[in-house]
Design a protein around this ligand. Structure first.
Ligand code: SF4
Length: 464
């Protein structure tokens, strides 16, 4: 399961920004590992460097000298819409009558295929298959009518279905937009005369900036030597729908998202898992790394010792190529190795953040059994995932989700565990500490915060 992207935007009244954007992207690497890019503007020219791979591989020392300017945006990408190709990497840059525009997008525009067809029928030519290019065409089209970018964004937003946190560099202006539901996170920070926006607050910490606040759902920020706030027409009319999975899995535990400390939420999840699904056992272990904090919470609440039963090989990236099906099925052994002396003859509570297809969980249970665990009790830090995500999280199609058509008992038998306990949605909401009507629960309930296009099955197969 992967998030689509991470975005950064920096405006400084005095200094160059490319290196700071680079450090911030480094902090957001977990949000996308397929490509990375930075665009800057120096008052006359726009400069862009992007490439396939990790931030550290894409940027070399001479790139920073070439990326001139005191304002810029950056992007790390994992593709859910558009293939993993260099032309689909971001920021997406275009020239228009009055200069340059660059866009970095986190989210998914569900109706972008329809919008794109309309734009193509008007004679507009596309160079990529990304939502960012669709947004770029729409914005330029609207901007040419009024010469006012804020009006253009407000008008364009009326036609968009889906999630979008945007950082837009338009000549000297940095413009930031969060969709009216606020599905994707977006924070605002400051350091001296520098303003920064980013998907997560960890991008501020790395350059010594301070978080000021979250960008409000439905808010537009125009950042230049001043900072002005505007509203999308949908602001306040569409309910807030923060993605629950940011707290469960995607965001770094050291981030603060929409006022909530992700680390604390995950500790709460572990505690609540024990309250709902206590079991007699010798030790609690996490699926590393994402379930570590929840496992600590379970251990503290239950009094059971916390241990490391599995060691993760941190050098196996998601792009690692395994040529045969057999290799792919065994990939979990490449990523996780058991510590037999910790597991042998012991009753284990294993905490995981989520179960999607169930294939990785099943393989992990086999690894634990072979290492000698006498009992395995799997505790999952969220409810069963019964429906896909349409807002920028690459999960699986509905038929691939193990819980879409199976009861917990059946899943327990398939995974081969002695007991299986999922966290209830009520407890999860309490753990996050945000009202239910301000959270997206789509993948757990099948009830989504936006309308969905009629041909949603087609959409599913094109994105997963
Ligand atoms: S459907 Fe699930 S993963 Fe997607 S935005 Fe909603 S809560 Fe997040």
């Amino acid at each position: 399961m992967k998030d689509k992207c991470g975005i950064v935007g920096i405006y400084s009244k005095s200094g160059e920004v490319s290196r700071k954007i680079y450090y911030s992207l480094y902090a957001l690497q977990h949000r996308g590992q397929e490509s990375a890019g930075i665009s800057t503007y120096d008052g006359g020219m726009m400069f862009t460097h992007k490439g396939m791979g990790l931030v550290v591989d894409v940027f070399k020392e001479d790139n920073f000298e070439a990326l001139k300017g005191n304002k810029g945006i950056g992007h790390v990408r994992y593709s859910t819409s558009g293939k993993s190709l260099i032309e689909n990497s971001s920021p997406f840059v275009s020239e228009y009558e009055d200069g340059y525009i660059a866009i970095a997008h986190n989210g998914d525009i569900i109706n972008s295929t329809e919008i794109r067809k309309e734009l193509e029928s008007e004679g507009r030519i596309f160079y990529s298959t990304t939502d960012s290019e669709v947004l770029c065409h729409l914005l330029i089209k609207e901007y040419n009518k009024s010469g006012d970018i804020i009006k253009a964004i407000q008008n364009v937003s009326k036609d968009l279905i889906g999630s979008y946190s945007l950082a837009i560099l338009m000549n000297n202006d940095l413009i930031v937009v969060r969709d009216p539901g606020g599905i994707k996170p977006l924070s605002l920070g400051k350091k001296d005369d520098l303003i920064i926006v980013a998907s997560e607050s960890v991008a501020f910490d790395v350059i010594g900036a301070e978080k000021i606040r979250d960008v409000e759902p439905g808010e537009i920020l125009l950042i230049n030597d001043e900072l002005k706030s505007f509203s999308l027409p949908g602001k306040g009319k569409i309910p807030r729908s923060y993605c629950m999975f940011e707290y469960i899995y995607f965001a770094r535990p050291d981030s603060i998202i929409d006022g909530k400390n992700v680390y604390d939420v995950r500790l709460n999840i572990g505690r609540a898992l024990h309250q709902e699904h206590a079991v007699e056992a010798d030790m609690v272990i996490p699926v590393p790394d994402s379930a570590i904090t929840a496992a600590i919470g379970y251990s503290r609440e239950s009094g059971l010792p916390y241990g490391e039963g599995l060691i993760k090989n941190r050098y196996v990236g998601r792009t690692f190529i395994m040529p045969t099906q057999e290799d792919r099925e065994n990939s979990v052994r490449l990523k996780m190795n058991p510590i037999k002396s910790e597991l042998e003859g012991k009753k284990i509570v294993m905490v995981d953040d989520s179960v999607v297809r169930g294939t990785t969980s099943k393989a992990l249970m086999d690894v634990l059994k072979e290492a000698g665990a006498s009992e395995i009790h799997l505790r999952v830090g969220c409810p069963p995932i019964i429906s896909p995500c349409y807002y920028g999280i690459a999960m699986a199609s509905k038929k691939e989700l193990i819980a879409s058509d199976k009861e917990v008992k059946e899943i327990k038998n398939i995974l081969g565990v002695d007991s299986l306990g999922y966290l209830s949605i009520e407890s999860l909401i309490k753990c996050i500490g945000i009202d239910k009507d301000q959270l997206c629960t789509g993948c757990f309930t099948g009830e989504y915060p936006t309308s969905l296009p009629k041909n949603i099955e087609k959409y599913e197969s094109s994105r997963c």
